[in-house]
Design a protein around this ligand. Structure first.
Ligand SMILES: C[S@@+](CC[C@H](N)C(=O)[O-])C[C@H]1O[C@@H](n2cnc3c(N)ncnc32)[C@H](O)[C@@H]1O
Length: 227
């Protein structure tokens, strides 16, 4: 692991002249406050900083202390467009799928979506419910607080159902999927039910589905599709 979340997001933002950036799941703002972009919007129901103070010190950042569904459904104007969207909110398959579909509706032509944590670091980190993860972690006295949830299932969903999107998983980070609009010639016809039941072991056995590539190659591939 060499590249940080900030590196990955900034490299993508740098492809655009005046990039508009949306981050779902901001936490302490390490990425949101670190990136350079013409416009920045952050959404998190539980910012880990004083929002009023941040609005003063970071006036270029729009901050919405709400869940992503509320932001996409009630706050963002349908005419809003983003060039880069970083999805790093609630780490479940279904929430991240909803976030992805909502983000696609607001994605500018030639825009990209980055989905964090599609590579769980252990079978415990891959548990699909936060409360259950906490219970198992406590019972087994697991030290690591890493929780990637079942976001990995989203890779298989995109692969099998969203043929109008191309995607890659960054090989030189902790595992992020980058998604952009460009049709793929073929899809893997997995049943939806099978995707919903994929396990941590399946990840190891189906690594090809992640379409891993080094970050620099992914940037070139996206640049080539944008022409
Ligand atoms: C891993 S942290 C984000 C880290 C941040 N993107 C960074 O790069 O430093 C996940 C965040 O998602 C937030 N979150 C949880 N549920 C959410 C939801 N439904 N919508 C938006 N954010 C959510 C949590 O409050 C938490 O701060």
């Amino acid at each position: 692991v060499s590249l940080s979340r900030l590196d990955v997001v900034q490299g993508l933002l740098d492809m655009y002249e005046e990039p508009r950036y949306l981050e779902v799941g901001v936490h302490s703002g390490e990425t949101l406050f670190g990136v350079r972009a013409a416009a920045r919007v952050g959404v998190d129901p539980h910012f880990r900083f004083d929002v009023d103070e941040a609005r003063r010190t970071q006036p270029q950042c729009e901050l919405w202390p709400v869940e992503s569904d509320e932001y996409f459904g009630r706050i963002a104007s349908p005419a809003t467009r983003f060039d880069v969207v970083f999805l790093d909110g609630l780490h479940t398959f279904e929430q991240t799928l909803r976030d992805l579909l909502n983000a696609l509706a607001l994605l500018a032509d030639g825009g990209v979506v980055v989905v964090d944590d599609v590579q769980p670091s252990s079978s415990v980190a891959a548990i699909g419910h936060l409360e259950r993860f906490v219970a198992v972690r406590t019972a087994l006295e697991v030290e690591s607080r890493d929780w990637m949830g079942d976001v990995y299932r989203l890779v298989f969903f995109v692969d099998s159902f969203l043929q109008q999107l191309s995607y890659r998983t960054v090989a030189d980070t902790h595992g992020q999927m980058v998604v952009w609009r460009a049709p793929r010639e073929s899809v893997s016809r997995r049943p939806l039910e099978e995707i919903a039941r994929l396990t941590y072991e399946d990840l190891a056995l189906e690594r090809d589905s992640f379409r891993f590539a080094p970050y620099e190659e992914i940037l070139s591939e996206i640049a080539a599709t944008r022409g």
